[in-house]
Design a protein around this ligand. Sequence first.
Ligand code: SAH
Length: 551
Amino acid sequence: MALNKSMHPRNRYKDKPPDFAYLASKYPDFQQHVHTSLTGRPVVNFKEPEAVRALTCTLLKEDFGLTIQIPLERLIPTVPLRLNYIHWVEDLIDGQKQPRRGIDIGTGASCIYPLLGATMNGWFFLATEVDDICFDYAKKNVEQNNLSDLVKVVKVPQKTLLMDALKEETEIVYDFCMCNPPFFANQLEAKGVNSRNSRRPPPSSVNTGGVTEIMAEGGELEFVKRIIHDSLKLKKRLRWYSCMLGKKCSLAPLKEELRKQGVPKVTHTEFYQGRTMRWALAWSFYDDVTVPSPPSKKRKLEKAQKPLSFSIPEAGLKELQAKASAAGCTGCSSVDSVTALLEKTLAELRVLHKRVPCRKQEQSLFLTAVENTWIHGRQKRREHKRQLRELPRAPQCAGSSSQPSLATAGTPTPSQSQPTLTADSNSQDDNTENQNMSAHESGKEEKKNASGELGQISENVAGGDVDMESSSCAETGQETELKETPTEAPCRQPQSPGGVELFLFKCLLNVMMEESDVVIEMHWVEGQNKDLMNQLRTYLRNTLLKSVAKP
Ligand code: SAH
């Protein structure tokens, strides 16, 4: 995965990593740490603290006009990762440019968060530090950048986090606090133990983990728990409390702690920089704060919004055009021909469809499916048999067992067709699952979707074709088994797609050229279950491709 792509969208390094060659030519101090790789690229050795420091100081100078000094024996921050956190705080407090007031717990020698926040956004900062050396450097770094009006560095005792820093100010409400807690990772890494590796499970007992590892474990968790406990006393004195985490496994127990304490607003995020990944947690006692979605939810949403698609390669288009012209679509473009053939198949399937306005050289159809006429007859019979077995008391409305419940129907809606139990009545293969659920099972289906099945579908689509197994239609996994002719009579036959009250799903189908291929995209609009749209996609694709194979 290109991790830079996962940086915060506003991170200036997201699509534009630092240009080492340019920086080396401009900054002699940096130049001495830039080497040429075997492939001739300028590289920096991130295992050398001197090189990391030189890069950090150079980037802060070049991109933010900041001049800082940092001792090698203290944590050397990396700028792109720190920026990710700043941008996330902007998201939390919903304001990049307004004057805001924040606290940086453990600001470090660099004082990087306050320097960046003050320079980029004009934020005021109270920066705390326990370590004498860090405190001295931090103060100097603020002064030499003329930021003393915005950033106040205070020395605090080790045992305290927020309480002491705030005890003199009883009135001011801070917009946020941020913290990069001490993970003790550097000591561990020096011993070859990567305690920040998220794939490494936490030690299950004192005996199985090394002493230092347990210390690191306790270090991060305990530190943040202490911030949580301070926050429970300070509550609305800060609008957002936040903390960076070095280990993914810290996230769950801390969230659990917040849940136990009844903290009303909690969210988290992930930060990427190169191969480094970090997590951050934020919580608030305010009801009116904007809570940014965690990345997993965002990803699911993005996936759910992705269309299902398939393409007809250039090689097959001539034959499709010939087929379309035989059906009356003469002088048509490839897009028009494919659209005409799709319309023919949709008509056969009794899927309601009408053309809607779209971009030039594209065609767009609005589809409303009121019944499932595209799945394999054998599957239907098998499913019907299964339901007869499992739901002996289910009302035996004609065809009800082979129809998924309709989207707007609050109660089971029988259709009027009755599949017959013939050819496959002895089949042992009964794994069609929820494909042809009866209305009785629709509740189960909703749960299934809620637990992320939509994401699964889109993931498959992203990787190429969707197989029928993934869409709970696991009879054989062979899409070619889908029949070309509709198998059932409609339960209702409404006249126009727009005016349908009961439907399985609605979608928008776009036909367009992509290079020399024709691409068909299906965008979900609404309905009961995206699996159904996936099945229809497979049916339409197979029908078109079959006609290419057998003109
Ligand atoms: N914020 C900096 C430094 C993070 S390292 C950065 O992101 O680069 C953590 C810092 O927290 C260290 O400098 C350590 O001295 C400081 N620290 C540890 N305990 C603290 C406490 N109780 N209060 C304030 N700072 C503390």
